[in-house]
Structures are given as C-alpha cells and as structure tokens.
Write a protein of this length. Structure first.
Length: 235
C-alpha cells in the first residue's frame, strides 16, 4: 500500500542537476519512519554548518555518502563500523524512509541523514577538512552523450570533495557502467592532490567496507561488471 508523501528534499535553485526528483510515492511503513525517526536521524540543509560534537554522541572518523538509494549498503556500514560516524545524503523520500526505519529499529547512534541536494549540503553544512572518507556508489550514469553534463563526477565536483577531506582522507566511487567508470578515472586522475591507491589508471578491488548490494549481486549473475575507484588526498 502506498500514499502520497508531501515532504520534499531541500535544495537551492540551480540550472543543472545530477538527478531527477521522482514522484512522491511512499509506502505506509516509510512514511511512518519519518514520523517515528526523522527527528532522531534527520538533518536540515537550512540549519547551516554542522557541529559534529553536537550531532553525534561519540566522536570518530567521519564518512559521507552521496546518493545512498534505499540505504541498505550505508546501513550495513554504519552497523559494522561503529567506531565511525556516517552522514548520508539522498533526495528520494522512499530511500530515506527505508534507511531511517532500519536505523531506528537497530538503534544506531552513528548515522545522520540529509534529504537535500548534495552540492548544497557540501557548500553550506560540511566543514573543510572534516571528512575521513567520501563515498559515491552507483550514481546515475546519464549514459546519453547529451546528458553527460548532468553526471555528478566532474572536475569541479572532485575539487569540492577534496576541500572537504582531511589530509589522508579517501575518495571511494563505484559504478556498474564501464563508460562512466572510465570517465570517473579520467576526472580523478587529472585532479591534483589525490593519488590512486591501486596505481595510475587502475581500478581497485572492492574493499571490505563496501557491502555487496542486492542490485550488484543481480548484476553479477547477469555478467555485469563493477568498477571501484579509491583515491587518497595527499595535499
């Protein structure tokens, strides 16, 4: 059973987006998750700069993920890596509802969520040199050439992420589109101040911290590849 949900993602006006905001169909369970758990897990773009000491009950390395989908992978990481704090950003209410529902039931204390435009959150809420790991898994590939400008992985985006990472911080991306993997590799490799942990123009094996999603398992059965890219901030 579904019903129309009137809560919408937060964002500032801009000409080009890397996502499309789909319809607001949400299950009753997901809507109840907002009623029950949003106050505990939700963050607002419009609250401005994030105070990490006030946001999380324990201090630790900070991981930020953009576009967590239905949140299964991010939930598993937060549950497994209890020494770290996690921030997820997603614009689609059903995925946000699913994640905070699972987090609330598991009583996680090391996870917070923005339902907002990721670039706006990075600009207004995340302090420079505050992130230990940045994650972008299976973003929309915008595979038509005329839509390539909508791909989130662009030189300016990588520069923005770099400023948010601590020295030694990690950028971790993954995609199941080979052409997008090559695009990611070109953009990351061209950026100054980050180093490919696998070696120049080499993809990394999937690290233990990234769970295999149901989507990924299905793709593997169909013979689809997945490409991981891991870069470290050196300067």
């Amino acid at each position: 059973m579904t019903e129309t949900f009137d809560v919408k993602p937060e964002f500032k006006k801009k000409a080009i987006r890397s996502y499309v905001i789909r319809g607001g169909r949400i299950t009753v369970g997901q809507k109840n998750a907002f009623d029950n758990y949003w106050q505990a897990y939700g963050l607002s773009l419009f609250d401005g700069a994030l105070d990490l000491e006030q946001t999380f009950p324990q201090q630790g390395p900070l991981v930020l993920e953009i576009g967590f989908g239905m949140g299964d992978s991010l939930f598993t990481m937060a549950e497994n890596e209890t020494d770290k704090n996690f921030i997820g950003i997603e614009v689609h209410p059903p995925g946000v509802g699913c994640l905070i529902n699972n987090a609330g039931k598991a009583e996680l204390t090391n996870l917070k969520v923005y339902m907002a435009d990721a670039i706006d959150v990075l600009d207004d809420c995340i302090a420079d040199e505050s992130l230990d790991r940045f994650q972008l898994y299976f973003p929309d590939p915008w595979h038509k050439k005329k839509h390539h400008k909508r791909r989130i992985v662009q030189p300016a985006f990588v520069e923005k992420i770099k400023t948010k990472l601590k020295p030694g911080g990690m950028i971790h991306m993954a995609t199941d589109w080979e052409a997008y993997a090559d695009h990611m590799m070109e953009v990351l490799s061209a950026a100054d101040g980050i180093e490919n942990l696998a070696g120049d123009y080499l993809f990394s094996p999937r690290p233990e911290h990234r769970p295999i999603t149901k989507f990924e398992k299905r793709g593997e059965r169909l013979g689809h590849g997945v490409w991981d890219l891991m870069f470290e901030k050196t300067a």
